[in-house]
Design a protein around this ligand. Structure first.
Ligand SMILES: [Zn+2]
Ligand SMILES: [Zn+2]
Length: 288
């Protein structure tokens, strides 16, 4: 009879943070320890490569993927965008695998239909006089997929995705990534209503192993930013607790929060909730 590890085979389920910052990149020595690149996650489940968001962290992920690229083969994967605000797409024109003719990529978004399409939005972003070259510069096989938020996607290899709408200007999509009988939820960018947990998020994250949450602010700061579309680490803890999620990664750090401030947040959050960590650029979390 197969035991759990036989059932999982060699499917390692990991998440690596390539960009953890919100809104705008913030290079500088006061951000060295947590990182200054904007949102980008690499999720591996066995051979499947799923990238979430194409912020400035995507560039470094691309360079790393090119190092491992087989001489006679491509680098294939999927990119899922939470939405198309610039801090989540600025790395796309600099993602090296998109320039490889032997590679295949699909970029998906769930917040644009019915008025807009992802390809059209990227063409607007990569256009004169904002950016000198259009997406036709990419040599890789490239497909754009617009889906309706709420739809289930996949399976891709051993991975399936559930999605839910987030509360953010112009919309955003939260993802639940299921693989190896485990689940990671990526929930950014989203604003909470004080005192009323977001039911869409609660059902998306129910019983997951890890919640990566938009913790741009603290509860103490939140009143200054109502309507900006972001949340707090304390709300992340409340959601994780209510949904039975044992681990939460504080994510989408506000650029005004330097390393010392993030250390203070890390201390306060782990006092409040054992499983709270602050996401750091370059860090890998093993899920299964
Ligand atoms: Zn953002
Ligand atoms: Zn946003």
């Amino acid at each position: 009879m197969a035991n759990a590890s036989d059932k999982r085979g060699n499917l390692d389920f990991t998440v690596r943070f390539w960009g953890v910052r919100g809104s705008i990149p913030c290079p500088g020595e006061e951000f060295n320890r947590y990182g200054g690149n904007t949102s980008c996650l690499e999720v591996r489940c066995g051979d499947s490569l799923l990238v979430f968001d194409g912020g400035t962290g995507l560039r470094k992920l691309g360079l790393e993927l090119m190092k491992d690229k087989p001489r006679n083969g491509g680098v294939d994967g999927y990119i899922f965008l939470t939405h198309t605000h610039i801090d989540h797409i600025a790395g796309i024109p600099f993602f090296a695998p998109l320039f490889c003719s032997d590679s295949n990529w699909r970029i998906s978004a769930g917040h644009l239909l019915p008025e807009r399409r992802l390809e059209e939005v990227l063409c607007q972003f990569m256009a004169d006089p904002i950016f000198p070259v259009p997406p036709t510069i990419f040599n890789a096989g490239l497909e754009f997929l617009d889906f309706e938020v709420g739809q289930e996607l996949g399976p891709f290899g051993g991975v399936s995705l559930k999605t839910a709408p987030l509360n953010h200007p112009n919309g955003a999509t939260g993802y639940r990534i299921e693989c190896c009988d485990s689940a990671v939820c990526y929930v950014t960018d989203t604003e909470h209503t004080v005192g009323t947990p977001d039911e869409n998020i609660l059902s998306l994250i129910d019983g997951a192993d890890l919640l990566i949450y938009d913790c741009s602010y603290t509860d103490e700061e939140f009143h200054k930013y109502v309507g900006w579309g972001h949340s707090t680490w304390q709300e992340g803890v409340r959601l994780a607790r209510a949904a039975g999620v044992p681990r939460m990664a504080i994510f989408h750090h506000d650029p005004s929060h330097d390393d010392d401030k993030m250390d203070a947040i890390a201390r306060a959050a782990s006092k409040e909730f054992d499983g709270a960590i602050v996401a750091r650029e370059g860090e890998t979390i093993t899920i299964a």
